[in-house]
Design a protein around this ligand. Structure first.
Ligand code: PMP
Length: 383
């Protein structure tokens, strides 16, 4: 079996898995406890905050640990909306955000906030001037993702941020950085972000820890009430093993980014060139996109059917983002970039990791050819 679903979850580095196990056994004390075991645990979290901050080029005090990027995105959007409701109740986001952003905005809409959803172009690109034109006096927050998790389009975040801030300097800018970190350059400071979400399990870290960068001076309304953890915006006993191992993964991903990209880009380009030669496929990703994501549709064929066929041939692929893959409807992202319904139900996402080789890509290409053949025979048989 070859695993092609790194954008959904990447296998943890050995060092990461070992760290989680050791910390679970050794540092089980509650970091809030005042005895020695507690203060040792608190010191480990403090160190993880410094390591994470260094990987992002920000201050340790600006890092808030959460349970994952779904929580970080919920906190960024609803926490900012509730905190700054006095300034206004208008939010701007895009039609291709991850469900944790999109659904948070829809929830606020139901509660009386006004939300403007910006439609990207046919390549999944958001136009900074269009975002700026939507900014109003009462716009509290703009949320735009770095890399789209389905098709891999990369947004011009620095331009969007500049355009937003010149339209209204008080409007906060949130970036869902989950699929960009470790794959593309830039962090919250380069993007002019006030809020920035990350998820270590996408970069070979552990599950159960996430991160939200909150720029110094920005306040968040806590979604979880309780103790004073994480600067008072995220109550709950810290998941120490995941936080510490997650910080390790952030550091490793930042250090290895150059090597990862130079290895993976030729493989991604080879696969894209191969797919373009197959008339049955509509390609939804580009060389200009993120290095690790290739997305294509087989119009008229459900993505799940193609994915199951590929699995029988030893290839584990995804139909879209893992968080939406159990939905029966066509992909919201593909519809937003102008694909018709038949292409929008027929998507396949291949996502690369640092362990893939040219031999793996060759095996995938062969499997794709066999899958098309098998599906065509099955289709013919049903007529
Ligand atoms: N944003 C994006 C762009 C993602 O790809 C994901 C993971 N599917 C998330 C947010 C949610 O991250 P997590 O799995 O850590 O909740």
């Amino acid at each position: 079996m070859i695993y092609w679903d790194y954008a959904a979850a990447a296998p943890p580095y050995d060092e990461v898995a070992r760290t989680v196990e050791q910390l679970m056994r050794l540092h089980y004390a509650n970091p809030s406890s005042l005895h020695r075991a507690g203060t040792e645990a608190a010191a480990l979290i403090g160190r993880a905050r410094e390591v994470s901050a260094a990987a992002l080029g920000v201050l340790p005090g600006e890092i808030r640990f959460t349970s994952g990027a779904t929580e970080s995105n919920n906190l960024a959007i609803k926490g900012a909306a509730l905190q700054y409701a006095g300034r206004g109740r208008h939010i701007i986001t895009t039609e291709i955000e991850h469900p944790s952003v999109y659904e948070s905005c829809l929830q606020l809409q139901k509660m009386g906030w006004e939300v403007t959803f910006i439609r990207p172009d046919a390549y999944g690109m958001v136009n900074p001037s269009e975002v700026a034109a939507a900014v109003r006096r009462d716009t509290v927050l703009v949320s735009v993702m770095h890399v789209n998790n389905e098709i891999g389009s990369v947004q011009p975040l620095a331009e969007i941020s500049r355009a937003v801030k010149s339209a209204n300097p008080r409007t906060l800018f949130h970036v869902d950085g989950v699929q960009g970190f470790g794959k593309l350059p830039g962090g919250p400071l380069d993007f002019g972000a006030d809020l920035y979400s990350l998820s270590p399990h996408k970069i070979r870290g552990p599950r159960g820890s996430g991160l939200l960068y909150v720029k110094e001076g920005v306040q968040m309304f806590p979604l979880l009430s309780g103790g004073t953890h994480e600067g008072g915006i995220r109550a709950g006993t810290e998941n120490l093993p995941a936080i510490v191992a997650g910080a390790k993964a952030l550091r490793m991903a930042a250090e290895r980014r150059g090597e990862f990209v130079s290895r993976i880009v030729p493989l991604r380009n080879r696969l894209l060139a191969f797919l373009r030669e197959i008339p049955e496929f509509t390609i939804n990703s580009r060389e200009e996109g993120a290095p690790h994501i290739v997305h294509f549709s087989y119009p008229g064929m459900k993505g799940e059917v193609m994915a199951r066929q590929l699995e029988q041939l030893g290839m584990l692929v995804s139909t879209r983002s893992a968080c939406s893959s159990r939905l029966a409807e066509p992909s919201r992202v593909l519809l937003a970039i102008g694909r018709d319904e038949s292409a929008a139900v027929g998507g396949i996402r291949i996502s690369f990791g640092d362990e893939h080789t040219a031999g793996d890509v060759a095996a995938l290409e062969l499997a794709l050819l066999s899958a098309i053949k098998a599906l065509k025979i099955a289709e013919g048989g049903m007529r």
